[in-house]
Design a protein around this ligand. Sequence first.
Ligand code: FES
Length: 166
Amino acid sequence: MSFKITEEFRAKADKLRARYPRPDAALIPLLHELQREAGYVPEEGMDELARLLGLPYSRVKAVVTFYTMFDREPVGKYHLQLCRNISCHMAGAPDLLAHLKRALGIDEGETTKDGLFTLSTVECLGACGSAPVMQVNDGYFEKLDTAKLDALLDDLRHGRVVPGGR
Ligand code: FES
């Protein structure tokens, strides 16, 4: 898929860049902006951002690959990112993952046919005290169990909850 940065994005990028003392400090906010605009962070977008900020492409790529909040492939309207680290694992994340796979009819890394949900597992989300935790777009859902998951999926399907992002 080819992606082109718009003039509107360029204008936003200039404004954002001006807010920071160094261009590289604007990288993460601009990546968020790019993801909002494109729905994910495309290779071409990283390339353009590197040029706009005067940074090496490898620096931009390293940031994008380090943070799971950045999607490198197109994802569904709701990106379900279930934590797989120790606290969440011990609090039942494997059962929740199995439940999500069954409920959605997809595996990890896949998107439902209606384009609504993409399912991933991620490293610690930094909310271990509320395990098990799942991030949906920019929102966190904590102390989950299968009943709460079912209710959440239903709310998302019917637009009753807006987890932030896109
Ligand atoms: S282990 Fe899941 S949030 Fe830290």
